[in-house]
Design a protein around this ligand. Structure first.
Ligand code: MF3
Ligand code: CO
Ligand code: CO
Length: 273
């Protein structure tokens, strides 16, 4: 039996349990990526680790072969907004930022989560775009509860990010998730409060704001996947998979520990402005 409100699936208790499981596995793989992040490591090595760790869990890396995507994880360096393809030619350097986006399939369900990591010593600009993405996701999550609207999510992200002088990518959105990798609804990272779909308990979707230092506009490279900022400025992203509960929300891809190489500037927003 499949319950739907409009076109958005409402998960049953068993489906919710399956989502919890796959999301916990994806979060664990992402946690374990952190120790690899250092100058000299190629994104191919990150791919190899994610591929093997996923299989070791009895899960499948969802990106591999998805609409022809050639690798098991997306690795998006610096001006890459999303969908970066791991390669032995892409080697991390001191001062880089890199988003690693992990999606597992386990018992037929998808769990999707990403984070931006700092490679060695980074610039204030790299910190700004990364911490803005992290904070805007946290603020968006605080909006998620029954009766809230999708527009409340986009507004929370847009208000914060634009308020600190960054821009919000509109070309890619968060998404419903479950047996399908990308399902209804589309979760825009910009919006107007009080507008859009009303959230209901049992909905599962991602929020994954891509925040740019310069223009919000993107361009796709010749490989037909890699999305980069049009002006070549930095971009950062964080992603969680969420469940709307009776009282608020559950962050299904929440991490049981601090994320090394990423959650390292807890005071970034202190004494600013
Ligand atoms: N994980 C990405 C997302 O957050 C999607 C990657 S699709 C791929 O939606 F084919 F590039 F892997
Ligand atoms: Co996603
Ligand atoms: Co993702």
């Amino acid at each position: 039996m499949r319950f739907r409100t409009s076109s958005v699936e409402i998960k049953s208790p068993r489906e919710i349990e399956a989502m919890r499981e796959v999301c916990r596995l994806a979060a664990d793989t992402l946690l374990k990526v952190a120790p690899l992040i250092r100058p000299g490591v190629s994104t191919e090595e990150i791919n190899t680790f994610v591929h093997e760790d996923t299989l070791a869990k009895g899960a499948i890396p969802a990106p591999l072969g998805y609409h022809g995507f050639p690798k098991s994880v997306c690795t998006s360096l610096n001006e890459v907004v999303c969908h970066g393809i791991p390669s032995p030619h892409h080697v991390l350097r001191d001062g880089d930022i890199i988003n690693v986006d992990v999606t597992h399939i386990y018992k037929g369900f998808h769990g999707d989560t990403s984070a931006t990591f700092y490679v060695g010593e980074v610039s204030e600009r790299a910190k700004l775009v990364t911490e803005t993405s992290r904070r805007s996701l946290e603020l968006a999550i605080q909006e998620v509860k029954p009766g809230a609207r999708l527009g409340d999510i986009g507004a929370a992200i847009q208000e914060f990010a634009e308020g600190v002088g960054c821009s919000v990518v509109e070309a890619f959105v968060g998404h419903g998730i479950g047996r399908k990798f990308h399902d209804e609804p589309q979760v825009s990272h910009v919006g107007r409060r009080g507008s859009g779909l009303r959230l209901r308990p049992g909905m599962t979707f991602t929020i994954e704001p891509m925040i740019n230092l310069g223009t919000k506009e993107v361009r796709i490279l010749e490989d037909e996947w890699t999305a980069v900022t049009r002006d070549g400025e930095l971009s950062a992203q964080f992603e969680h998979t969420l469940l709307v509960t009776e009282t608020g929300c559950e962050v299904l891809t929440a991490r049981p520990e601090r994320l090394e190489k990423s959650e390292i500037f807890p005071d970034f927003w202190q004494n600013r402005g």
